[in-house]
Design a protein around this ligand. Structure first.
Ligand code: DAT
Ligand code: MG
Length: 140
């Protein structure tokens, strides 16, 4: 099924200048980066993005980190785009992410940031419901 998903390059990925490498890999997988938005999240946008994690021990750190600097929000489209972007990203913990995945290949030596959260370069929607909700945070 043709789908759209939110792929967000987090502050660590932007600070390290990895956007071109990330977009190259997405396009090499046959997916299309439809729109890109350079932005810095407000606390309200971060709260909406991370609403499923509300109540977790690392929630406050997640919001602080994602609002700490510029990000690039994109809509990626293509056949099964949601699961395929998740595969390209790799596991949440970069130390467990497979070779060939973004998080595995591009990880830093220290994967926990100053906010106590896992630093893993990218966010990708995990379901059609998440994709619709998350795209609406950035694109009207
Ligand atoms: P993903 O980004 O792979 O969808 P997730 O939705 O479970 O992972 O978590 C959102 C982000 O929170 C994740 O990218 C990094 C951070 N995170 C997840 N589990 C964590 C933990 N146990 N300790 C610190 N940060 C964590
Ligand atoms: Mg998630």
């Amino acid at each position: 099924m043709r789908e759209k998903t939110l792929l967000l390059i987090k502050p660590d990925g932007v600070a390290r200048g990895l956007e071109n490498e990330i977009f190259k890999r997405v396009e090499a997988a046959g997916l299309m980066v439809e729109v890109k938005q350079n932005t810095t999240l407000t606390t309200a946008q971060a709260a909406e993005l991370y609403q499923p994690h509300l109540g977790k021990s690392f929630y406050a750190g997640l919001v602080k980190f994602i609002t700490s600097g510029p990000v690039i929000a994109t809509i990626v489209s293509g056949e099964n785009a949601i699961s395929r972007v998740r595969e390209l990203m790799g596991a949440t913990d970069p130390l467990k992410a497979a070779a060939g995945s973004l998080r595995g290949d591009l990880r830093e030596a220290n994967v926990i940031n100053e906010y106590g959260v896992i630093k893993n370069l990218v966010h990708g929607s995990d379901s059609p419901e998440s994709a619709a909700r998350e795209i609406a945070i950035f694109f009207k």
